[in-house]
Ligand binder design. Structure first.
Ligand SMILES: [Mg+2]
Length: 155
């Protein structure tokens, strides 16, 4: 599996590269969003780990450009950001990211996410399609309360 790390901070880039290579992934690096867009085309990664806060072009902008670029528009993109708020997550998802991880990166959690994405890719679905079908299945269904003491007052 080929992974492109788009990250402006050299220490973060080197740490992620070293640890992912040790796990057997092929790793390429870009130090800003503009380079990430070019490398998405030139090295055809299976997954991009996209830092959101980068100079020249942010991860949000780079994701939007990639989603509109033929041949690479379907690449999986996982946003990496220090902002854990729901609004930050929503902005990433709206830009077209498939998933989201907060920094400092929990490496075991990141590897689990990468492997989940690899499994989903093998089925020919992307994470957004999976999430959309899950939401479609669960929308409008009443909540089930396991025992009467947990029922809300207005139920
Ligand atoms: Mg950064």
């Amino acid at each position: 599996m080929r992974i492109l790390i788009a990250e402006d901070h050299p220490d973060n880039r080197e740490m992620l590269t070293r640890r992912l290579e040790r796990r057997g992934y092929e790793v390429h690096c870009a130090e800003n969003g503009a380079i990430a867009v070019e490398m998405a085309k030139s090295c055809a990664p299976d997954l991009i780990l996209m830092d959101i806060s980068m100079p020249i072009m942010s991860g949000i902008e780079a994701t939007r450009v990639i989603r509109q670029t033929p041949d690479v528009s379907a690449v999986k993109i996982v946003a990496l950001t220090a902002h854990a708020m729901e609004s930050a997550r929503r902005e990433c998802m709206e830009a077209g990211c498939d998933d989201f991880a907060t920094k400092p990166v929990d490496f075991a959690g990141l590897v689990a996410l990468i492997e989940k994405i690899r499994g989903v890719s093998a089925l020919g679905l992307n994470a957004r399609q999976i999430r959309r079908s899950w939401l479609a299945r669960h929308q409008g269904k009443p909540r089930v309360y396991a025992n009467i003491s947990s029922w809300p007052a207005a139920y």
